[in-house]
Design a protein around this ligand. Structure first.
Ligand code: ATR
Length: 268
């Protein structure tokens, strides 16, 4: 039996176990997916221990996505983003991937939203904002990051300058959103609250809006976007596709996307 799991804190309410175990059941893969909360001071030991025990793969979430980089061989994407959310223990040295990046691009592709050559605005410059900005810029979009703390947006833009990413405060939404093709909310605004980081009057029917928030599934931003005639993509699609990509890297099998999606949405 193969053991996969999620390392983070807290992880007890994670939706990854039902999503991955539904895939194992569908494809007859003999595997289990468990949740683990290591002592943060012993993360390196935890990763080495999992490797020694024969764990096949781990997802990594808050607060370990950055720290775990030092304990794996990062893929170029994970290295560029500065975060790992998926470890494959198959190779001699565990390899760290960032499938959150694929979660953004594959969620949009699933909804037939083009990225290459499009004008994109990412709201938020934290971990999720970094991943989304990299994903879109690497896929050929012209990316602007708007963040409450201007310095953080500027630092992210400077780091991703080679990819043409710009950054500014939330005021820049007024100018950027009306002419944008793509908008991603990578802040926590809207999570368990009826609030939005983007004024409704800026939204328009030429826009595709992806909200990283998935609780609730229909955030105020997505409601406003739908009312403005925009294409909407909820946060569960990102969660689904980061898991799909991890599953495919671990098993080298095409993931049963519909089964994983049903299992995920059943929990939401
Ligand atoms: P994550 O890893 O999920 O991105 P994070 O690093 O804590 O989490 O980042 C949270 C993001 O949400 C940041 O962009 C934060 O803005 P600041 O950099 O100014 O803190 C943003 N955010 C959180 N609450 C917000 C609010 N009420 N209004 C606007 N932005 C908010």
């Amino acid at each position: 039996m193969h053991v996969y799991g999620l390392v983070g804190s807290p992880v007890e309410h994670s939706l990854s176990p039902p999503m991955h175990e539904a895939a194992y059941e569908e494809l007859g893969v003999d595997a289990r997916y468990v949740t683990l909360e290591p002592d943060s001071a012993r993360l390196g030991e935890a990763i080495a221990g999992a490797d020694a025990l024969g764990v096949a793969g781990l997802n990594v979430t808050v607060p370990f996505k950055q720290d775990v980089l030092a304990h794996v061989d990062p893929s170029p994407t994970a290295e560029a983003v500065g975060a790992v959310n998926t470890i494959d223990f198959g190779p001699a040295t565990p390899v760290g991937y960032n499938t959150d990046v694929d979660g953004v691009t594959r969620a949009l592709e699933h909804h037939d939203v083009p990225i290459d050559g499009e004008s994109a605005v990412v709201v938020g410059a934290g971990g999720a904002g970094r991943g989304a900005a990299y994903a879109l810029a690497d896929a050929g979009a012209d990316v602007h990051v708007a963040n409450r703390t201007v310095e953080r947006a500027g630092a992210l833009a400077a780091e991703f300058a080679d990819l043409g990413v710009s950054g500014d405060g939330l005021d820049s939404l007024d100018e950027r959103v009306p002419t944008a093709d793509l908008l991603v909310n990578a802040t926590s605004v809207g999570m368990e609250e009826d609030a939005t980081p983007v004024p409704a009057e800026l939204l328009h029917d030429g826009l595709a809006v992806l909200d990283a928030v998935y609780a609730p599934l229909e955030t105020r931003l997505l409601r406003d976007a739908a009312a403005a005639g925009a294409t909407t993509v909820d946060g569960a699609w990102m969660l689904l596709y980061q898991g799909v990509e991890a599953f495919e890297r671990w098993t080298a099998k095409p993931a049963p996307v519909d089964v994983m999606n049903d299992a995920l949405r059943h929990e939401l």
